[in-house]
Design a protein around this ligand. Structure first.
Ligand code: SF4
Ligand code: SF4
Length: 118
């Protein structure tokens, strides 16, 4: 995954999780998680619940911040209208909607469509 080309999102505190709904993890992102978090995701696939929040969201922010998936890294870093932070956090040079769509498509295709929902 080319996360290194995702621009930094200014003024996004790690303790905020207001944009953290359930999100998709590709197979590669799933495998990169520590074992206990892989177990959490596996259990959710076996017994899906409509929680409205990501399983890794806490009052102190994301518990897997270093391993968060592509869609989380893109939030606030893209011109895509659905990726805009409600608090105004944004990148100086956001990705275009086309670049964003291409990254998501490539990540999904590269994983043969395998996804896990948090
Ligand atoms: S992008 Fe916005 S809503 Fe999401 S964690 Fe950062 S400040 Fe909070
Ligand atoms: S993985 Fe982390 S950053 Fe992404 S939605 Fe879940 S809690 Fe938020």
């Amino acid at each position: 995954m080319q996360t290194e080309i995702i621009p930094h999102v200014n003024n996004c505190p790690r303790t905020c999780s207001d944009c953290c709904g359930p999100v998709p993890f590709t197979g590669t992102e799933f495998k990169a998680l520590p074992r206990q978090h892989r177990r959490t995701l596996s259990m959710l696939q076996a017994s899906p619940q409509n929680r409205g929040r990501c399983a890794f969201s806490t009052h102190d922010g994301c518990m897997i911040y270093e391993n968060r998936p592509l869609v989380c890294r893109l939030f606030g870093a893209s011109e895509q209208p659905m990726m805009q932070c409600p608090h105004g956090a944004k990148a100086d040079n956001p990705l275009t909607s086309q670049e964003t769509a291409r990254m998501v498509r490539d990540a999904i295709l590269g994983n043969k469509g395998e996804t896990f929902i948090s």
